[in-house]
Design a protein around this ligand. Structure first.
Ligand code: SDX
Length: 432
């Protein structure tokens, strides 16, 4: 990492701040000594200009629409790899050879099963509990099962925790869905691939034969899931990954850290957007209503925003959206549907892309504009869309947690503030 510096002066003192340059990307001023030397803080709500850590995992160039996992372009990974290869890559830094992938896959499949006592947790939830609420609770409670045997200072213990999370989250996700429709949980099958096993745990019915299962373990469905999982696997320091790192910086149990990440992902400004897109389309209702809703989205006094549009980092296009847009068309061709929401989504996209407000503010469809539409075509229930994002993003969360915990000098994350409350004042004297 090459070093340079910039100077800053305050109160007749001058300080040289190192300018750090990573392999790629924006030069970054190291302000770590600013408070100690000059007695000032920096103010950056929303972390618009602040790098919270160093990382080797993922690189984004938002202007050029570039996304690299460990240096590999997302387009190449999407075309040639599988979600498990990508998970290995994110966690370990290199693509696995055949032998390593087979050990990784085998290791993962042996961690897919849930402790019977954990399976019992679901009965405590009401039938209409949102699956994301169940995910937060059940993933967090994995910490109750694995806390006492966990030595956080042992890299092998940390690796096993990461593997357990990646393996068990699809099982928990499917169990959340089964609980919500009153069906019994389905045990994971070690003979099925990652996506096939998930589809089987979601949709199989008691007494069904394997041939009958073919309609939901369909190759196009498996391919589309694998692709969406790759595209959602990591995205550098997004809100949920930053939450995992923040929780992890305190030395908290990894299962509790991932539950914190799931909570952060649930919001409609983040991973909850894919479910929100579908709700928005239902609200818009017909193509004729699009101009009215575009006007609402542009109105500062109206809280309505176009879900699935805009991104903090991408200002020209989201490369994942380009890929999902094509997949969306392929899936709709494979599963022809007269669902009016698909036509409405395409018309909304067309109108927004021609609208001056969206052009000027560089607001384009992001990955989650299309992911919800694809999941709907694959018959994944709407309240499971963000859970699908959780399954994929677990690969990124555990990779960032491992990276942070491997750093010998990582410190607790503790931002400062600009206090705007009362000056000191006296407690009112009470009447005797
Ligand atoms: C994900 O960070 C990641 O990497 C996230 C993610 C990942 O993989 O982890 O990519 C996944 O979270 C995708 C984003 C999903 N969210 C949505 O689709 C929800 C709708 N989008 C927005 O709420 C919003 O665009 C965000 C949250 C995505 C980005 O917020 P920013 O960076 O804070 O943008 P902003 O609010 O500063 O917007 C700039 C301007 C504002 O207008 P002005 O104040 O300049 O006049 O654009 C307007 C905003 O009001 N604007 C929108 C809009 N998004 C931004 N106006 C209408 N509709 C929108 N969707």
């Amino acid at each position: 990492m090459s070093k340079d510096s910039i100077s800053i002066g305050y109160n007749a003192k001058e300080l040289k701040l190192p300018l750090l340059r990573g392999t790629l990307g924006t030069p970054t001023v190291d302000i770590g000594k600013l408070n100690k030397k000059l007695g000032i803080f920096t103010y950056d709500p929303g972390f618009v200009s602040t790098a919270s850590c160093k990382s080797d995992i993922t690189f984004i160039d938002g202007e050029k629409g570039v996304l690299l996992y460990r240096g590999y372009p997302i387009e190449q990974l999407a075309k040639q790899s599988t979600f498990l290869e990508v998970s290995y890559l994110l966690m370990n830094g290199e693509l696995p050879d055949e032998k390593r992938l087979s050990i990784f896959t085998n290791d993962l499949s042996h961690h897919t099963i849930l402790h019977e006592s954990l399976s019992g947790f679901f009965s405590g939830f009401h039938y209409d509990a949102h699956p994301m609420a169940m995910m937060v609770g059940v993933v967090g409670s994995l910490s109750a099962f694995y806390h006492s045997q966990l030595d956080m200072n042992d890299p092998e213990h940390r690796r096993i925790s990461a593997m357990r999370l990646l393996a068990k989250i699809p099982t928990i996700a499917a169990a959340c869905y089964r609980h919500s429709v009153g069906l019994p949980q389905v045990y994971p099958r070690l003979d099925l691939g990652y996506c096939e096993n998930f589809l089987n745990m979601m949709f199989s019915r008691p007494g069904q034969t394997y041939t009958e299962q073919n309609d939901y373990i369909d190759p196009v469905t498996v391919e589309a899931l694998n692709l969406l999982f790759i595209l959602h696997a990591d995205h550098e320091q997004n809100a949920s990954t930053s939450t995992v790192r923040l929780a992890g910086s305190t030395g908290a149990n990894p299962y509790a850290c991932i539950a914190a990440g799931i909570s952060a992902l649930w919001g409609p400004a983040h991973g909850g957007a894919n479910e929100a897109v579908l709700k928005m389309l239902v609200e818009i209702g017909t193509v004729d209503n699009i101009p009215k809703y575009l006007a609402k989205a542009k109105d500062k006094n109206d809280p309505f925003r176009l879900m699935g549009f805009g991104h903090r980092v991408y200002k020209n296009f989201d490369p994942r959206a380009t890929i999902t847009r094509d997949t969306c068309h392929a899936v709709l061709e494979r599963f022809p549907s007269d669902d009016p929401l698909f036509e409405l989504a395409l018309a909304l996209e067309e109108h927004a892309l021609k609208d001056d407000y969206f052009i000027e503010k560089k607001l384009y469809p992001n990955i989650d504009f299309y992911s919800g539409i694809i999941y709907r075509a694959l018959k994944i229930p709407e309240n499971m869309f963000t859970v699908m994002f959780v399954i994929a993003r677990t690969a990124g969360w555990v990779s960032h947690w491992l990276e942070m915990m491997d750093e010998p000098t990582h410190r607790i994350s503790r931002p400062r503030q600009l206090y705007t409350g009362y000056d000191q004042r006296d407690y009112p004297t009470k009447n005797a």
